[in-house]
Design a protein around this ligand. Structure first.
Ligand code: IMP
Ligand code: MG
Length: 178
């Protein structure tokens, strides 16, 4: 697996340091509030696990599944998403946790879907953001890192369901895609 890596873009210690900063920001912004965290599976699972442990607030953690990639490195433009929510959103302070904001298609669909359930507030936290790739106008309220315009894996992010378990964010050698 490690032979497939081209460059490590965000090393483990850099990610952990940034997560501590994001946690401190959230603890301040949501002080005295009760948070409903909604993780977007599957890419968020490692980021959310680390971020949740530096959040010092009462919170409920739920998950929704969304995908638009399938087995490729370019978005299909169509979002497959859970269409039902089995928890209460109305009147809650909701924070969506995503691995990466790319074209913006996934989060646009997800945000509209959750907004229909009338949360008191709705914000987005993403580990990575590739602003150059945006097809729909979308900004996150909390961003870990701006990511170079390159396909990346690791720390939850996959290529064909592999590499999610790498402890850092990295690019892949071109031959991996062929
Ligand atoms: P969007 O709908 O194009 O914004 O894409 C968001 C989703 O695409 C993310 O939740 C990821 O699952 C996936 N994605 C986008 N860019 C990458 C990447 O560089 N590596 C791995 N997955 C990615
Ligand atoms: Mg994802």
């Amino acid at each position: 697996m490690k032979n497939d890596i081209k460059d490590i873009i965000f090393p483990e210690d850099v990610i952990q340091k940034r997560i501590a900063e994001l946690g401190a920001e959230l603890n301040k912004d949501y002080a005295d509030k009760s948070l409903l965290i909604i993780g977007v599976l599957k890419g968020c699972f490692i980021f959310l696990a680390d971020l949740a442990r530096v959040i010092d607030l009462e919170c409920e953690i739920r998950f929704l599944t969304a995908s638009s990639y399938g087995f490729s490195s370019a978005s299909s433009g169509k979002v497959n998403m859970d269409r039902e929510i089995d928890f209460d959103v109305e009147g809650r302070d909701v924070l969506i946790i995503e691995d990466i904001l790319d074209s913006g298609i996934t989060l646009t669909a997800l945000r509209a879907f959750i907004a229909k359930h009338k949360p008191a507030s709705l914000k987005i936290c993403t580990l990575l953001d590739k602003p150059e790739r945006r097809q729909l106008p979308m900004t996150a309220d909390y961003t870990g890192f701006e990511c170079p315009n390159e396909f990346v894996v690791g720390y939850g992010l996959d290529y064909g369901e592999k590499y999610r378990n790498l402890p850092y964010v990295a690019s892949l050698k071109p031959e991996v895609y062929s």
